[in-house]
Ligand binder design. Structure first.
Ligand SMILES: Cc1cc2nc3c(=O)[nH]c(=O)nc-3n(C[C@H](O)[C@H](O)[C@H](O)COP(=O)(O)OP(=O)(O)OC[C@H]3O[C@@H](n4cnc5c(N)ncnc54)[C@H](O)[C@@H]3O)c2cc1C
Length: 434
């Protein structure tokens, strides 16, 4: 005999699936705009790659010339981190590729607290330890999302779904269409971030870009490093650094490949930490102190939307009437096999726009996508996937979903007036014109 479901079904205006930075910003934006919102996350904390993946630096707020292109809720995150003394100053630095980059380093553990504060403050209903496991979709409309929670299976009936699960699980289950890789391309690799310390940063920071390149190349040639880079961000609370060195050429939607990737990632990180101790000035007294909770995923599924954003539209750049976010991060492709980054700098004061239509999956009326699964080619995603831009796009998706819910009855997210959406976003501090 089957047991009755112990949890009654629920109805909400907006259901956000996946509590990474894109999903959390989407949920907060929708709730602040007056919608009832539930945010579903499979872990017990929010942040995705930004916390569980320990990425630890928000990159590219501005053009190389210093013009701001991302603000809004993303800015609020940094301000709130600073009240916990958990984010560094805005810094500009030169990468091993010679490209000028800006970033804010932060403590991933404290970001969990900041995202909690924002979500609870906005009145979002968080549903943690809950994994989306099924979707009921009829005639292109998502009627119900089923999730496995600690109280059993819960059915939620949303008016709009925002898929921010990174792997775009909800739309995958709903039968939406996805973009394939261009011929010759591979998915960007995953990376197991690790924490290493203590580091004598006076000596570590004194290593010149050229010297660092030699150390990285030697470590890669000897097989100690899976990637020819010694890229680190500093933990604001300690003399530790988070290192981004491992390389895992996996499809993270394949359960077996992901399992092997987690194991191989820890092995690569351990080897890299031994190399840091042995060869890198300032690291002699350090140890590997922690692995990220999960391997960090750069790319899996990209949905096919009403507009597919291309690299050419970023590099030209193209001005969109329905632009809802901007960015200036370069096209940054990590070769899955290791080696140096493929970096296409945008040039001095260059910025680009992201159109609302790239958030709308083809063939589904009541869903939006934000974060690393939006409708973009492999090369375009290589630029717009960073957390600053993911947060800006999340804010736009949440705002659009709430606006879509203002009307009565069956809705279509295509009916949201892009001009009004842009005005509401601007009023919320977002930058929408490149
Ligand atoms: C190693 C690495 C280094 C990077 N370096 C930088 C950097 O230096 N600076 C920068 O700005 N960006 C960087 N990025 C890019 C950036 O971190 C990501 O692109 C960004 O965090 C994506 O955010 P997201 O919210 O779209 O996805 P994710 O962070 O992947 O979040 C998805 C969320 O959905 C949840 N979820 C998934 N499936 C389900 C389900 N079925 N049910 C419920 N919940 C689910 C996950 O647990 C997760 O919390 C890096 C990425 C990686 C992997």
């Amino acid at each position: 005999m089957t047991k009755p479901n112990p949890v009654p079904p629920r109805a909400v205006d907006v259901l956000v699936c996946g509590g990474g930075v894109a999903g959390t910003m989407a949920a907060v934006a929708a709730a602040r705009q007056g919608a009832t919102v539930m945010l579903v996350e499979r872990y017990g904390f929010l942040g995705g790659n930004a916390t569980g993946g320990a990425v630890a630096q928000f990159n590219s707020w501005q053009t190389e010339a210093g013009r701001r292109v991302v603000a809004g809720l993303a800015d609020e995150v940094v301000q709130r981190l600073r009240t916990y003394e958990a984010a560094g100053e805005h810094q500009v630095f030169v990468m091993s590729t010679g490209h000028r980059m800006d970033r804010v380093e932060y403590a991933p553990e404290v970001l969990k607290l900041v995202l909690d504060d924002m979500v609870t403050g906005a009145g979002v209903q968080p549903m943690l330890h809950a994994s989306v496991c099924d979707v009921v979709c009829e005639d292109g409309r998502i009627r119900a999302v089923r999730m496995l929670t600690r109280s059993g299976v819960v059915n939620v009936h949303p008016r709009v779904v925002i898929d921010t699960s990174g792997d775009i699980d909800v739309l995958h289950r709903a039968g939406a269409r996805f973009l394939s890789l261009d011929e010759g391309d591979a998915l960007q690799p995953a990376t197991m971030m690790f924490r290493f310390g203590p580091i004598d940063f006076e000596r570590f920071d004194a290593i010149t870009t050229a010297e660092m390149k030699v150390l990285a190349t030697e470590g890669y040639a000897s097989g100690d490093l899976a990637r020819a880079a010694l890229h680190a961000s500093r933990d604001p609370y300690s003399t530790d650094g988070w290192f981004n060195i491992s390389r895992l050429g996996i499809d993270a939607t394949d359960a077996q490949a992901l399992s092997q990737g987690e194991i191989e990632g820890r092995r690569q990180a351990w080897k890299a930490a031994a190399y840091l101790r042995r060869a890198v000035p300032g690291c002699e007294g350090g140890r590997l102190r922690a692995f990220a909770t999960q391997v960090g995923i750069r790319e899996t599924r990209r949905v096919e939307g009403e507009h597919v954003l291309t690299a050419q539209e970023l590099t030209q750049p193209v001005a969109f009437d329905d632009a809802i976010a901007c960015g200036a991060y370069p096209i940054d492709i990590h070769p899955a096999s290791g080696g140096e980054l493929l970096y296409a700098s945008m040039g001095d004061d260059h910025a680009y726009q992201i159109p609302y239509r790239s958030l709308i999956p083809k063939g589904v009326t009541n869903a939006l996508v934000a974060g690393r699964g939006i409708s973009a080619t492999h090369a375009a995603l290589a630029a717009i996937r960073v957390m600053t831009i993911s947060m800006a796009v999340g804010q736009a998706a949440g705002t659009a979903a709430a606006l879509a819910c203002e009307g009565e009855g069956a809705l279509d997210v295509r009916g949201v007036d892009a001009a009004r959406l842009r005005e509401v976003l601007k009023a919320g501090g977002a930058l929408v014109d490149a």
